[in-house]
Design a protein around this ligand. Structure first.
Ligand code: NAD
Length: 264
């Protein structure tokens, strides 16, 4: 028999082929949940992640290749999870991309892509998954926003707009589902060392001529009083907590896990 706080539940985690999403999916599986993975990558690598999760945690894992910029594919992914596992009990909207440029140079197509993947995809997935959660009187929705959902930085127009929008959308869904056994919360990480951030550090090092290590510290100290990256695993642990009975009345919240970034 499977044990764990999420035994018998199903978790769908968007953008879970790497970084924070993969850590969240792994944490959910560790608690006994079946998981629907999603995201891009090499087919063989994704298959090895999927099979690895099944083997390590004795749960079922599937991968949906749905593109989070395509509403029809998002709806089909939710339907596929419901069909294969019987439900989507936990929905984690995590897929995200970044583009850094001043407003006057920000390519319109990059704006559209960031808004689609970081914000609209959560609207489409929640719209598709909430009816089943309401029917079963249980659901946990976790939207991975960012410190940039609460405060801004220069050159991140689309990302900051999308993440602020995602925090607002989280509150709306929390209010609408408050008496349906469903909670909807946002997690707002500061810096986490994933490919999304490694790319920014490499670009900074290329521009400044400084080492990657020096740029890592510079990146952290510009924003965070605590000069340390949060780990993907710590975000997975917070997501698991938000699914627990102890968190049953936490809804509409935006949880910072950011080394003090937004305390300033
Ligand atoms: P990552 O680049 O490691 O992972 C992003 C995931 O999203 C990958 O699985 C990728 O395949 C997937 N993805 C990208 N575009 C997609 C699309 N169109 N359709 C489906 N999947 C797509 O990045 P990460 O740092 O793990 O970021 C995960 C989330 O955490 C993002 O929403 C990001 O904004 C947020 N976040 C990250 C940090 C950080 O410091 N890394 C901080 C705050 C918030």
């Amino acid at each position: 028999m499977r044990t764990g706080s999420l035994a018998g539940k199903t978790a769908l985690v968007t953008g879970s082929t790497s970084g924070i999403g993969l850590a969240i999916a792994t944490a959910m599986a560790q608690q006994g949940a079946n998981v629907m993975l999603n995201g891009f990558g090499e087919a063989a690598e994704i298959e090895s992640l999927r099979a690895g999760i099944e083997k390590q945690f004795a749960v079922k894992a599937l991968h949906s290749p749905a593109d989070m910029s395509k509403p029809a594919e998002i709806a089909a992914m939710v339907r596929a999870a419901e069909k294969n596992f019987g439900a989507v009990d936990v929905l984690v909207n995590n897929a995200g991309i970044q583009h850094v440029a001043p407003i006057e140079d920000f390519p319109a197509e990059k704006w559209d892509a960031v808004i689609a993947i970081n914000l609209s995809s959560a609207f489409h997935s929640m719209r598709a998954a909430v009816p089943g959660m309401k029917k079963r009187k249980w659901g946990r929705i976790i939207n991975i926003a960012s410190a940039h959902g609460l405060v801004a930085s220069a050159q991140k127009a689309a990302y900051v707009a999308a993440k602020h929008g995602l925090v607002g959308l989280t509150k709306v869904v929390a209010i609408e589902t408050a008496n349906d056994g469903i909670t909807c919360n946002a997690i707002c990480p500061g810096w986490v060392l994933t490919t999304l951030v490694e790319r920014q550090i490499e670009n900074r090092a290329a521009a400044s001529g400084a080492t990657v290590e020096a740029e890592k510290l510079a990146l952290l100290s510009e924003k965070q009083p605590m000069h340390a990256f949060s780990t993907p695993e710590s975000i997975g642990a917070l997501a698991v907590f938000l699914c627990s009975d102890a968190a049953a009345t936490i809804t509409g919240a935006a949880y910072s896990i950011d080394g003090g970034w937004t305390a300033q």
